[in-house]
Design a protein around this ligand. Structure first.
Ligand SMILES: Cc1cc2nc3c(=O)[nH]c(=O)nc-3n(C[C@H](O)[C@H](O)[C@H](O)COP(=O)(O)OP(=O)(O)OC[C@H]3O[C@@H](n4cnc5c(N)ncnc54)[C@H](O)[C@@H]3O)c2cc1C
Length: 450
């Protein structure tokens, strides 16, 4: 598997991972490879949700745009995630944001996160996108007794506009109306969250971008970008792919966790690509499914090493959690076995469930655990987005629009820590993987003793 910290470059023509989505998304789109020298106003590198959203927003403003993807549209995280559209990104909730950045900034960030879900829903509905949307809501499950008190504190702290969207549930309410799972102490439920097929979403967005006049190129890894000599073709930059070149005035780096750190080293020390793995069961029999009380429900628990799961259309359970530490180990039987054991210990009646799909993807973790969308301090015409920390299905949609504003109308981007601050470096960056390995051992121990 491609590893952004280990491999110098992303190779083209790699198939989608063998995911449930890839096998259940019939339609594929053909986009050409870039095999010429062309010019445009903006080049977006990476056709995931961020790049696609930026392309659509730029075309709405009439800006000439080319979107360049190393493989196929949605090949990165966008086409292989769990499809939870939630009001959040990064890892900090409202109270943590308030301690780090003050109340006003925290309200501003939370407002962006909540609006992102509504905006994405509106975007899907108004364009009539067929993305298997299920309005099942999102339940955060307290795995330890103390977590329910934390939920209560968080709810009391949250401004009422957002708190009114959440309901605190007792363990019995969770059991009776939502899901029966091993060892839970109640939950926090948000009914506005919804689930999608993320690969269908990426493909639908690409089709829309093309219809609106964006030039989309697949299997065209960007090898480098640099200032154009003597402003060739009247443009500031030249972006070089394996078989072509594009001269342009702005560059958007929408490569997120898949950024090849050796050839595009812009975030090398500031971004930590971390693997998350997912499995999907064979369709379950009615009697196996009795533990799920609400169709389309999406859940995450609060174990130190968290697990997330949802009931998919077709009566399968998708169950995800931490992946391997190193890319070469992504499909190790040990990692798969750990996930299966966690699934079965959470839902003992799934003991004989067959597993049909297992895959992994890289999520982008920033040092301060918030996403960063901005322009490079050294070059205000190169823009970037990274650091969603595994929570980007909804917020990437907003991030893409903010990137488009950085190109056309910078002053429209709110002054918030998630915008226009360059991510900080990780201390001891070359040893991040060893640190992660140690962290996983420690957290497994904590989950085992608690
Ligand atoms: C297993 C898993 C489950 C997840 N589940 C959820 C979830 O349920 N809810 C949620 O909110 N978030 C989830 N996430 C996170 C979410 O998927 C991401 O935050 C989001 O998809 C990021 O989108 P993006 O467009 O920024 O990046 P990506 O979709 O990763 O797109 C980046 C693209 O850039 C391309 N690229 C990289 N380098 C180059 C280059 N040199 N030249 C050309 N192209 C290049 C890559 O090929 C890739 O397609 C999950 C992630 C994983 C891995």
């Amino acid at each position: 598997m491609y590893d952004p910290l280990a491999h110098p470059q992303l190779s083209p023509n790699q198939p989608y991972p063998e995911s449930f989505w890839a096998f259940n998304t019939g339609k594929r789109l053909h986009f050409p490879q870039l095999e010429a020298t062309v010019q445009t106003e903006v080049v977006i590198i990476g056709a995931g949700f961020t790049g696609l959203s930026a392309a659509i927003a730029l075309r709405e403003k009439g800006v000439e745009t080319a979107l360049v993807e190393a493989n196929s549209v949605g090949w990165g995280c966008a086409g292989r995630n769990a499809g939870f559209a939630l009001p959040g990104s990064g890892r900090l909730g409202f109270s943590a944001l308030k301690s780090a950045y003050g109340k006003n900034a925290a309200i501003g960030i939370i407002s962006e996160y909540y609006q992102a879900v509504d905006n994405l829903k509106h975007f899907i509905d108004s364009n009539n996108l067929q993305v298997d949307l299920v309005q099942g809501g999102y339940l955060k499950i307290a795995s330890k007794a103390k977590d329910i008190n934390l939920f209560e504190q968080q709810l009391n702290d949250l401004p009422s506009t957002y708190a009114s969207k959440l309901s605190l549930l007792s363990a019995q309410e969770v059991d009776t109306h939502f899901i029966e799972t091993h060892q839970q102490f109640g939950g926090l439920y948000n009914s506005s969250s919804f689930g999608i097929n993320p690969l269908k979403m990426a493909l639908a967005m690409a089709e829309l971008a093309r219809e609106n006049g964006a030039h989309v190129f697949q299997n065209s890894p960007v090898l480098s970008y640099e200032k154009a000599q003597n402003a060739s073709h009247g443009k500031r930059y030249v972006v070089t792919t394996t078989k072509g070149k594009i001269y342009c005035d702005h560059i958007i780096l929408a490569t997120n966790a898949y950024t090849p750190n050796k050839s595009l080293p812009v975030f090398y020390r500031a971004q930590f690509p971390v693997l998350s793995s997912v499995l999907v069961t064979h369709p379950l029999r009615d009697e196996q499914l009795k533990f799920v009380k609400q169709a389309g429900l999406m859940c995450m628990d609060t174990r130190a090493l968290k697990y997330y799961y949802r009931l998919l259309p077709g009566n399968r359970i998708l169950f995800g959690g931490r992946g391997a530490v190193w890319g070469y180990n992504h499909d190790s039987p040990l990692i798969k076995r750990k996930l299966i054991n966690a699934l079965k210990s959470s839902f003992p009646n799934l003991d004989d469930a067959r597993i049909d799909y297992f895959w992994s993807g890289w999520v982008s973790v920033s040092q301060d655990e918030i996403p960063h969308i901005g322009s490079l301090p050294s070059d205000p015409n190169i823009h970037f987005a990274m650091g969603y920390c595994g929570s980007g299905v909804a917020f990437t949609h907003t991030a893409g629009k903010r990137l488009a504003q950085l190109v056309t109308s910078k002053n429209d981007v709110p002054e918030l820590p998630i915008y226009n601050t360059f991510p900080k470096d990780f201390p001891f960056a070359p040893f991040r993987r060893l640190g992660l390995w140690g962290y996983y051992q420690w957290q497994s121990l904590m989950d085992w003793v608690s």
